[in-house]
Design a protein around this ligand. Structure first.
Ligand code: HSE
Length: 338
């Protein structure tokens, strides 16, 4: 499978690391060989080689700060922009993992359309294009007979979407509720141990949990974007971001944390969606609530179903390898079915 990676930050590099370190295992266990042929960044260069780039050298080059450090080899192209790479490269799959813009979905949305219009399967960890154009992207992929996969947009590689789409198929899901943002759960957990809000946010950024612009995390919009995507997957029609009732954690003070602690409760940012609407809001949960025990960048989601009752999945919500793995799980899914 020839892969073009658009955006080479935390997630793109996480995927490249996995492909570098698991190549033999993926080949022997899944008959899968992933070859990165193209990488595009906004300000740190682009690379294309139709026979494949050396993943170790790719990671070394970006580790030095710019893809310009990649060694010159015969057949290498360095000056194509992302759209040219997507349209003209020989990639089978485009992986869109550039920073999320929840207002316009751009520039990633154009990359997505270009991928589908040039006959390439599309894998996203970037939420922006789906929040802005969920139905249009699905329609285009359907008409072109191509796969559109985005497991990594909700709870990283924890298989939240695949569980709903495949394993719970046949059940009716009436509600999803949980902790859907790793950064805020990490901040709330750290504040609970006495760290300041600013220090906890800095740590979340350093660990690769936060969005490029962490305002989306702390103000609740990242979790809201995940509800938009979930509503599309679970109920067929995505809710609009502006229809959701969204509050973040920026107003929670150390005094609020202490008051909850004294009452035997914990603050959590709870996201909930039904066919009628959705909300994101900080809530004080008693310690007896299973969600109160979900800490750090771990997330959790409960699906309320008719045939099976409630089903809860707890797992990584953000992070370099856990989101890189989400993309790999989509690539393997495409490999298995095409
Ligand atoms: N910034 C997001 C989070 C990344 O903290 O959950 C995963 O979507």
């Amino acid at each position: 499978m020839r892969i073009a990676i658009i955006g080479f930050g935390v997630v793109g590099q996480g995927l490249a690391e996995i492909l570098r370190d698991r190549a033999a295992e993926l080949q022997s266990a899944h008959n899968f060989h992933g070859e990165i042929v193209a990488v595009a960044t906004r300000s740190r260069g682009t690379l294309y080689h139709p026979d494949g780039l050396d993943t170790a050298q790719l990671l070394e080059a970006i580790g030095k700060g710019h893809l310009g450090h990649y060694p010159h080899v015969y057949g290498l192209t360095r000056n194509w922009d992302a759209l040219t790479l997507v349209r003209q490269s020989n990639a089978d799959v485009v992986v869109e993992v550039s920073p999320t813009d929840l207002q316009t979905g751009q520039p990633a949305l154009d990359v997505c359309y270009a991928a589908l219009d040039s006959g390439k399967h599309l894998v996203l960890a970037n939420k922006g294009p789906l929040v802005v154009a969920y139905e249009a992207l699905h329609e285009r992929a359907r008409l072109a007979g191509l796969r559109l996969c985005f497991e990594g947009t909700v709870m990283a590689g924890t298989p939240v979407l695949r569980l709903a789409q495949q394993d719970l198929a046949g059940c009716r899901i009436s509600e999803a509720r949980g902790i859907l943002n790793g950064t805020t759960n990490y901040i709330l957990t750290q504040m609970g141990t006495g760290l300041s809000y600013a220090e906890a946010l800095q740590q979340a950024q350093r660990l690769g949990y936060a969005e490029a612009n962490p305002a989306a995390d702390v103000e609740g919009w990242d979790a809201a974007a995940k509800l938009v995507i979930l509503s599309g997957v679970l109920f067929g029609t995505p809710l609009a971001l502006h229809d959701l009732d969204v509050r973040g954690i920026t107003g929670i003070t150390p005094q609020d944390m202490e008051a909850a602690r004294q009452a035997g409760e914990r603050w959590k940012l709870i996201a909930r969606v039904t066919p009628e609407g959705g909300s994101v809001r900080p809530m004080r949960l008693p310690l007896s609530d299973p969600l109160a025990a979900v800490s750090g960048a771990t997330n959790a989601i409960t699906y309320v179903t008719d045939l099976l009752g409630s089903v809860t999945l707890v797992g990584a919500g953000a992070g370099r390898l856990s989101t890189g793995f989400a993309v790999l799980s989509d690539l393997l899914d495409i490999h298995r079915t095409s």
